[in-house]
Design a protein around this ligand. Structure first.
Ligand code: HEM
Length: 534
């Protein structure tokens, strides 16, 4: 058949649409060339060798061979949805961020939920932290609130991030265990890092096995700043509160669900949104100033601490509704690039050393994962407001400067210009001090909030925490690591410690951990300790 024999149709732009004999669109190569046979390679005779002339075969296989990109180094398994953020009231007194000025205004958003430790193909109901990453496409550029479903973090300084993640991921020689924290390396690191105690109590609680994404809270974790039009700053902590409330599964349910339906959380989000039951969260804030911050024994820059809601209630400022699933998982959920440094004017950072490190890490990791500097050209990452700059070229550039000018200042009166009035102004915090590597004294208390969290739990929830610790530590083969964990628990809750110690077969309890525990320890168990053989 020649092109003249086929059904032809002109599109709105005058382009020619070609159809196969059965009326379906004509299959083409990526170059647009029509394909005659997609079932058989080109050969010398029906039983002869394949020919290198077969450009259709070579293109098809080449493209398939390159389908995979690196999975995220953390939070590899995730699931996303589109929606919108709706502002409740003007927050002009606190922030000049455009999205918080007009009550009732809706701003498009994309959210990706994730587990942290497991690989892309791992199961949904692992005992793990859940990522809760929100991209809001504001009129002043994208705001990424890259949070978790737990309000605190394992470490106080970003320089420890590779260590905590290496310890939880599969061990380098064995490449197991996959997607779970029940192993020696993880508990070795945790017990040598007392600052992780608060977070570990949350991870051992029911929070780490949520019923679905729809029943989870989200937290920005760090202290951020709101900055208003007159450059006044208010500290802010962000919380997402699920409209459906909080729900978790029990551990024995999680284990069964993982076997029967590893996509349990994905399926839940897909089905609820497709059926019109749109999940919803309220964005709530805790707002405070330096004087209020100074009333605490802990430091508001320390990401292992939270500000109790009983002391500073949260204020709802808007809602997030998820109402549309992506058309294509890869294009949207896999290629979305969240970065903590994406903030609009009116939202700024604090000196939290974890946040400061994150602000470097995310740009770096996107360059690697998405293959170059033009990942902002992907529709899921591009701003939805007008944007202009002189960035050009690079792999896969879809946008380049138009015309002669690609720099400024220029004499041709062309191209965008900066504006000290409308542009992003960093809060002019006054900073001074010696250049040091030093953990502040105000970051030193690692147990008080761990204890408060445990005490705040109901008796069944406390039993679940004990059971989780017993299960996880029973998988730890090195006695001194179990001993060290129980010695930390003694500083959190003695009854919990003895319950865990007893279940692990301790004949006597170790001494409570020294709060200022050195990071290198003698790996010999103490003579007082003896463990029943498993
Ligand atoms: C990815 C949250 C700390 C580096 C993510 C994601 C979330 C998240 C939700 C997944 C984003 C997505 O869905 O695409 C957090 C929270 C932290 C934290 C709440 C502490 C409060 C850190 C630190 C670093 C870091 C300290 C490094 C210094 C990364 C990297 C990725 C990532 C490299 C992969 C990003 C990608 O490839 O898309 N984090 N993270 N995170 N995080 Fe963090």
């Amino acid at each position: 058949a020649t092109i003249h024999d086929q059904k032809l149709q002109r599109g709105a732009g005058g382009e020619l649409h070609q159809f196969a004999e059965d009326g379906m669109p004509l299959l083409t190569t990526a170059q647009g060339g029509p394909v005659s046979d997609d079932q058989n390679t080109l050969r010398v005779g029906a039983r002869g060798p394949a020919l290198i002339d077969d450009f259709h075969f070579r293109e098809k296989i080449f493209h398939f061979d390159h389908e995979r990109i690196p999975e995220r180094v953390v939070h590899a398994r995730g699931y996303g949805a589109h929606g919108y953020f709706e502002t409740y009231e003007s927050l002009a007194a606190y922030t000049r961020a455009d999205l918080f000025q007009r009550p009732g205004e809706k701003t498009p958003a994309f959210v990706r939920f994730s587990t942290v430790a497991g690989s892309k193909g791992s199961f949904d109901l692992a005992r793990d932290v859940r990522g809760f990453a929100v991209k809001i496409y504001t009129q002043q550029g994208n705001w990424d609130l890259v949070g978790n479903n737990i309000p605190v973090f394992f470490i106080q300084d970003a320089i420890k991030f590779p260590d905590v993640i290496h310890s939880v991921k599969p061990e380098p020689d064995k490449e197991f265990p996959q997607a779970q924290s029940a192993h020696d390396n993880f508990w070795d690191f945790i017990t040598l890092t007392p600052e992780s105690m608060h977070m570990i109590m949350w991870v051992m609680s029911d929070r780490a096995i949520p019923r679905s994404f729809r029943f989870m809270e989200g937290f920005g974790v760090h202290t951020f700043r709101f900055v208003n039009a007159t450059d006044e700053s208010t500290f802010v902590k962000f919380h997402w509160k699920p409209k459906l409330g909080l729900q978790s599964v029990a551990w024995n349910e999680a284990v069964k669900i993982n076997g029967a339906d590893p996509d349990f959380h994905r399926r839940d989000l897909w089905q609820s949104i497709q059926s019109g039951a749109f999940p919803e969260w309220e964005l709530c804030v805790q707002l405070f100033d330096q004087d209020f911050a100074d009333t605490f024994d802990f430091d508001i820059l320390d990401p292992t601490k939270l500000i109790p809601e009983e002391i500073l209630p949260v204020k709802p400022i808007g809602r997030l509704v998820l109402d549309r699933m992506p058309d294509n998982f890869f294009a949207e959920t896999e290629q979305v690039a969240f970065m903590t440094q994406n903030v609009p004017p009116g939202i700024d950072f604090s000196n939290d050393p974890l946040l400061q490190g994150r602000n470097f890490s995310y740009l770096d990791t996107q360059l690697k994962r998405l293959g170059g500097p033009n990942f902002t050209h992907l529709p899921i990452n591009a701003p939805k407001c007008p944007f202009h700059n002189f960035q050009q070229d690079g792999h896969m550039a879809m946008r380049n400067p138009v015309g002669r000018v690609n720099y400024q200042p220029n004499s041709w009166n062309q191209g965008p210009r900066e504006s000290p009035v409308q542009g992003y102004r960093h809060f002019p915090a006054e900073e001074q001090g010696p250049k040091v590597r030093l953990r502040p004294e105000s970051f030193a208390d690692h147990y008080s909030q761990a204890r408060q969290f445990y005490i705040s739990q109901t008796p069944p929830e406390q039993r679940h925490i004990a059971a989780a610790l017993i299960f996880e530590l029973s998988k730890v083969e090195t006695p001194v690591i179990r001993e060290r964990m129980v010695s930390h628990l003694l500083n959190i809750d003695e009854t919990l410690a003895s319950k865990v110690g007893h279940a692990l077969g301790f004949k006597s309890m170790p001494k409570p951990a020294d709060a200022a525990m050195p990071t290198r320890q003698d790996l010999e168990p103490s003579p007082a300790l003896s463990i029943i053989e498993r």
